[in-house]
Design a protein around this ligand. Sequence first.
Ligand code: LMR
Ligand code: MN
Length: 425
Amino acid sequence: DDWPGEPNDVFWRQQIDSAERELDQGDWQAAVERASGSNLQDSARARYVIARALDQGAEVKRDNSLLSRAITAYLSLLKMNQHLTDKQLLEITRRTLDRIQFRGNYLNAEPVYRLLIRRFPQEPAYRNNLTISFLMANRPDLAESTIKDTLKLWPDDRVALAHHGFVLKTRHNLYEEAAKAFKKALEGDIGLANEARFYYHYGDTLLLLGRPAEAHEVHKRGAALGHFLSPSQRSLYNVNHLKSNPWWKIEDTPYVNLAKALERSWQDILKEGLAAAALYEQEKEGLKEKGDWSQLDLFVRGQEIPGRCKRAKVTCSIIKSEPAAFGCRRGQIKFSSMSAGTHVRPHVGPTNCRLRMHLGLSNTKYTYIRVDKEIRQWQTGKVFIFDDSFEHEVWHNGTGTRLVLIVDVWHPHLTTTERRQLPAI
Ligand code: LMR
Ligand code: MN
C-alpha cells in the first residue's frame, strides 16, 4: 500500500527506509530519532515507524512511560485516518487498541473506536467493544448510551442486549428488564453473547428476583457450555483440575497447624477484632438482602494493609507463620462482623484458587452458612474450611453481633509457580 504524506525528496524517503530497517533490527532509539526528521512530519510511514519503535522500546524496557508515548504516537498517526486505506487503518488500530488495553487507560480507546465506527458503519462489533471499554473505565453512563445507540440500529444484536442486561442489573437495579434482555441475548446458547460473564449475571439476576429454579437452569446451561466449573461453582477466574469440594476437612489440607494455632489463640484474636471496631467498613457489593455486615481487612491480595498488624499483633503473628495465607494474592485476611437478623443472599467468590478458613469468635449461636447443598454453623473458637467459589449463603438468626476471622489460603493443589505467577484478585 502507498502511505499518505510520502516525501517528494528521495533523501527523505530513504531516511524512512533506513528507520524501518533500524526498527526491524531492534534499534528502536535510532529509528525514533531518524523518523522524527524535520521534513517527515506529514509522512504517515514515518509516524508509524516512531509509534512502533516506541512500542518496541516499551516492551524491551518494560517501561510504561515509553508505552504512553507509543500510544500517543499511534493516536497522532490515526489523525491522518481519512488518508489511510482500510487495511492500514485496521492494522494500526488493532495494535493501538491492544496497547491501550494493556496500559489500562480504557478511555483512550474511545477516539479509536469512533473512527472505526465511522469507517465501518455496518459493523456492530466496534460499538460493542467501545461499550466494553467504557465499562472497563468504570463509566457505565457512557456504556449505556453506546448500548442504546447500538440497539437503535440493531435491536436484536445479542452482545448489545447482554450488555444492556448488565447495565439494567448493576446500574439501575431493574432486574425484570435485565432478565428479559439476557434471555433474548442468550436464547439457544448461540451467538456472540455466549460468554461466561453474561451467564453469570443472568443467573444472578434471576436469584435477585427470587427465581432460583430458573437461575439453576441458566447455571446448568453455563456449566454445559464450559463457562462454569459446575452449576454451583461459578467463579470466573479459575485454574482447571483443582479438586472441587464445597466443604473441606481440615485434615485434608496442609493447614492443620494454622487452624490449631488460630483455635488456641481465639480469645486474643477476638479481643483484637473488637478493639479495632472503629475501622470496620460496610460490605458494599450488595450481597446482603437485609441487616448489617462490615469487615476489617488485614491483608488483601497478599499485601498487609499498612498499620493493621500493629493493631492485631497476635492475629498477624499467626498469619505470618503461613505463606499460603499472608501470601495469598487471590484472597484476603479479615474480620467479618454481622449483626443479628442479617441475610447474605446466595453468591459465589471470584476464583477457585483459594480456600476460605473461618474462625468463629463471638455470638455464633443460630448463625448458619450454606455452601452448595450443605448448611453448617459456626462455633466459637473453632475453624472450618470451605471453597467460596461454590454458591454460599449466610443467615444470622441469633442475637448479638457475630464476629469471625476469615483467612483465605491458596488452594493446596496449586503449584509454587502458579502461586507466584497467577495475577492477583
Ligand atoms: C462469605 O464469604 O460470603 C461469608 O461467609 C462471609 C461471612 O462473614 O460470613
Ligand atoms: Mn462470600
